[in-house]
Design a protein around this ligand. Structure first.
Ligand code: ADP
Ligand code: MG
Length: 244
């Protein structure tokens, strides 16, 4: 599995600097949380890592495994195992879940499985994640509830087995049962694959279900503090205002 290495990264949007001095190392099998108040730059970092064309990413060193991220196209980053789940995933009318996943699977694993072969792969994954079979014939995210969107993303993780999964506020819009299921499935997939997970969140409810190895706090575009779960608990008790 691959390590995500970020050293002294900065990100600008349309030449306006948003983030600076960002460093973190996410090892295989680790779960890190990136926390911070609204507008602190969390999604900006996620988008820049994934290669969104609006965001300019520069760094002293930024790698997925031994490959420099900034030299890789968006497609290439995904193919090499960088996965980004969006806070508000767009609906893809006309694209079925099966179709999206089959194409992504073939690209990720440099293969060309048929629809029939892929059905079996998908069926096994869906049984493991306890998803209803009619899920696959629906259009991607179209009319999905918040909980269903997250379950579809867990299915993507299970099928695509990324090296590093960046999840932008996966807890938003989930009820307690949804949170618990999300945490269980993430843990299951991580144990199976050894992927590193970077969870972006400004809430701390997930703490009860999914313990991070490290917590990083972003404020006004800078990483102001890193620590363990105790840092998240402090934020839970005292808010971001207590950190400087
Ligand atoms: P967070 O995810 O922590 O709430 P964001 O990364 O969305 O914060 O935003 C951080 C700052 O960057 C905000 O001031 C926001 O307006 C700005 N920003 C982010 N993306 C863009 C963009 N595409 N165009 C203009 N400004 C942006
Ligand atoms: Mg955001």
């Amino acid at each position: 599995m691959k390590t995500l290495t970020i050293k002294d990264a900065e990100v600008a949007v349309d030449e306006v600097p948003i983030l600076s001095n960002i460093s973190l190392t996410l090892l295989p099998g680790e779960t890190h949380w990136l926390m911070g108040p609204n507008g602190s730059g969390k999604s900006t970092l996620a988008n820049a890592l994934a290669g969104h064309p609006k965001y300019t990413l520069k760094a002293k060193d930024i790698r997925l495994g031994d490959r420099s991220l900034t030299e890789m196209s968006v497609h290439n980053r995904a193919q090499e195992g960088l996965f980004l789940s969006l806070q508000y995933p767009p609906a893809l009318e006309g694209v079925t879940v099966t179709n999206l996943l089959k194409n992504a699977y073939n690209a990720r694993f440099h293969t060309d499985v048929s629809v029939l072969e892929f059905r079996n792969i998908l069926k096994a994954a869906m049984e493991e994640l306890e998803l209803p079979q009619d899920f696959t014939s629906r259009y991607v995210h179209a009319g999905f509830s918040g909980g269903e969107k997250k379950r579809l993303e867990m299915l993507q993780l299970r099928i695509l087995e990324p090296e590093v999964a960046i999840l932008d506020e996966p807890d938003s819009g989930l009820d307690v049962d949804g949170l618990k299921m999300l945490a269980d499935q993430l843990r299951y997939i991580q144990q199976r694959t050894g992927m590193g997970i970077l969870i972006i969140t400004h809430y701390t409810q997930l703490l009860e279900y999914l313990e991070p190895n490290y917590v990083h706090v972003l404020k006004s575009g800078q990483l102001i503090q890193s620590g363990d779960q105790e840092l998240a608990r402090r934020i839970q008790r005292e808010g971001y205002g207590s950190l400087s």
